[in-house]
Design a protein around this ligand. Structure first.
Ligand code: FRU
Length: 548
């Protein structure tokens, strides 16, 4: 709780005719790390501005409230010792509650909140959506993401930032890119400019360069910024924007640059979503970009990467990827992507706008993806989450080449096998599954064999985690035909966290995710169902928390 001293003095400005301050603007000399701000979803948004010597330093929309549902914070590290004046054009009743402190409000219960995902990344406070700028560099995996630090809903788009040494345990760092005079920070990617093609490097420190979209009410433009301290602080390129293509496409929708180095052509490639598909641009210096080609049929958040076929690096194909997790397989010559097969999916559910890590270490050729989990965290001061990191592979199947995804091996440290069985009846399996009745998180891997049943699966407090309809070939409503069509078997690896469920079918041939929604009043806990099914394999794992 805050002491009276920690509260900021409210200065009533009387007779200030020349300055633009209003009566009851708030003035504070910043001496602590955090400014804690009370918010309520019941309030309308107003615009808050921090003025330093009459210059706007920060501006964001916030639902300031005298009776807060929860608190958010502003990191004041960059403003220590400065006197700021806080302007707010919304309901001003909450202004007197704002206070500075060495801790964010709620620090004591951080990561122990009731609906906090326990082994998935979520932000301390506010909203997150797309992963951005995913890159490995100098021992750290960087996860940037679309972030509203000031509310549990979408607004004020910024790049949040977290780092990890294993893609599992994350440390959230201060916001990397905040809105500026051009607009708000939409999705994008990062690269390391080893050859100093843009000239930002310093000595032997290569620049980490971020490409992002700036969103304005009129248009979306592509910009860059660079960091010489491992993504902690960023300098925006003075001559932004790099690309302004609204007129060419007669569309506001031009966004989400995905940039990578194309070694055979000795140039950079940018895949950019423009109106109705993904365009390719190229550049030698990251500053001047040339339009090359366009593939229609995608919306938002492109990714484009090369994968070995069945692990054989002498045979590769390229995957063109869109926000909804649909993809095309084809070839790419550095300027044009040529699709060679239809549009496919390998994952459905809460996933959206997934991205893969750039700059993986040379001894680790994996293509690792993290998707945004559109999962509500009810009643929490934070919202949504990231799904588990998964490895993408191209496999030859009876239907041709297909993407598959499985959780990366680093996830194994989270789980401890505590029960297993083979060739069980449903009754025997359910006896074992009872051991997990009280757990908020766990993993269950099972192979079910159907004989008399047209459908079978697993449920948790009445919610169907797995519903395999063998007659319609549907899993939870989505068409799926096992590789061995006549086996009547299905393997599901099910990851349950406090608010989410991820399921990987048949070694990742298909996967999906759900919000965790127990049927109200249902007491059945975890059980398999289906007439005369055999539970051929059952393995039950407890799950650790990634938070200290
Ligand atoms: C996808 C998306 C992106 C955009 C971002 C804005 O979820 O709409 O296209 O850059 O979210 O937050």
């Amino acid at each position: 709780m805050k002491s009276a001293l920690q509260r900021i003095a409210l200065i009533v400005l009387i007779g200030c005719s020349s300055c633009s301050l209003q009566a009851q603007d708030l003035s504070i000399t910043v001496t602590k790390r955090y400014l804690n701000l009370p918010v309520s979803q019941a309030q309308n948004r107003g615009m808050m501005q921090f003025m330093v010597k009459d210059k706007p330093e920060r501006a964001f929309k916030i639902r300031l409230a005298a009776k807060p549902d929860y608190w958010v914070f502003c990191d004041m590290a960059a403003l220590q010792g400065k006197t700021i004046t806080i302007r707010y054009d919304g309901n001003r009743e909450g202004l007197t509650k704002i206070y500075q402190a060495d801790n964010m409000a709620g620090q004591d219960s951080l990561y122990r909140e009731k609906n906090r995902p326990q082994y998935h990344f979520s932000t301390r406070r506010g909203w997150i959506n797309d992963p951005n700028g995913m890159i490995y560099y100098a021992g750290e995996y960087h996860l940037f993401y679309q972030h509203n630090p000031y509310e549990r809903e979408w607004e004020n788009m910024s790049w949040g930032h977290a780092v990890s040494r294993d893609m599992i345990h994350w440390e959230e760092l201060p916001t990397a890119l905040s809105p500026d005079s051009l607009g708000t920070m939409f999705s994008g990617s990062t690269v390391i400019d080893y050859a100093n093609t843009a000239g930002f490097n310093q000595g032997n420190v290569p620049a980490m360069v971020a490409f992002y979209t700036v969103d304005t009410p009129e248009k979306q433009i592509q910009c860059m910024a660079y960091s010489l301290d491992k993504g902690r602080t960023w300098t925006k390129y003075a001559k932004n924007p790099l690309i302004d293509s609204k007129a060419k496409w007669n569309s506001k929708d031009t966004r989400d640059p995905r940039v990578f180095w194309y070694a055979p052509g000795n140039h950079w490639v940018m895949v950019l979503n423009e109106r109705d598909g993904h365009s390719i641009y190229t550049s030698k210096n990251m500053k001047a970009w040339t339009y090359e080609s366009h593939v229609t049929g995608f919306w938002e958040c492109p990714d484009l990467f090369e994968l070995p076929i069945d692990g054989d690096t002498t045979k590769t194909k390229w995957v063109m990827y869109g926000a909804s997790a649909t993809y095309m397989i084809g070839s790419f010559d550095g300027k044009t992507f040529t699709p060679e097969s239809g549009k496919h999916y390998y994952v459905t559910g809460t996933i959206y706008a997934a991205q893969t890590f750039a700059n993986m270490p040379p001894n680790d050729p994996r293509r690792i993806q993290i998707g945004w989990g559109r999962v509500q965290q009810p009643g929490m001061p934070f919202n949504n989450m990231m799904l588990l990191p998964t490895e993408l592979q191209l496999r030859t199947t009876g239907n041709g080449l297909r993407l598959s995804s499985v959780p990366v091996k680093e996830t194994e440290q989270l789980f401890e096998k505590v029960q297993q069985g083979t060739s069980l009846s449903a009754t025997d399996a359910n006896e074992k599954l009872k051991a997990f009745n009280q757990l908020d998180r766990f993993r269950v891997r099972t192979t079910l064999k159907l004989s008399h049943a047209t459908s079978a699966g697993l449920s948790l407090f009445g919610q169907r985690l797995l519903e395999y309809d063998m007659n319609g070939n549907r899993i939870n409503g989505v068409f799926y035909s096992p590789e061995n069509m006549t086996s009547m078997e299905l393997t599901a690896d099910i990851y349950v966290d406090r608010t989410s469920i991820e399921v990987f079918i048949d070694g990742g041939a298909y996967s999906y995710s759900l919000e965790r929604k127990p049927v109200s009043g249902n007491t059945e806990s975890l059980k398999v169902w289906g007439t005369a099914i055999e539970v051929k394999e059952l393995a039950m794992y407890t799950a650790k928390s990634i938070w200290k």
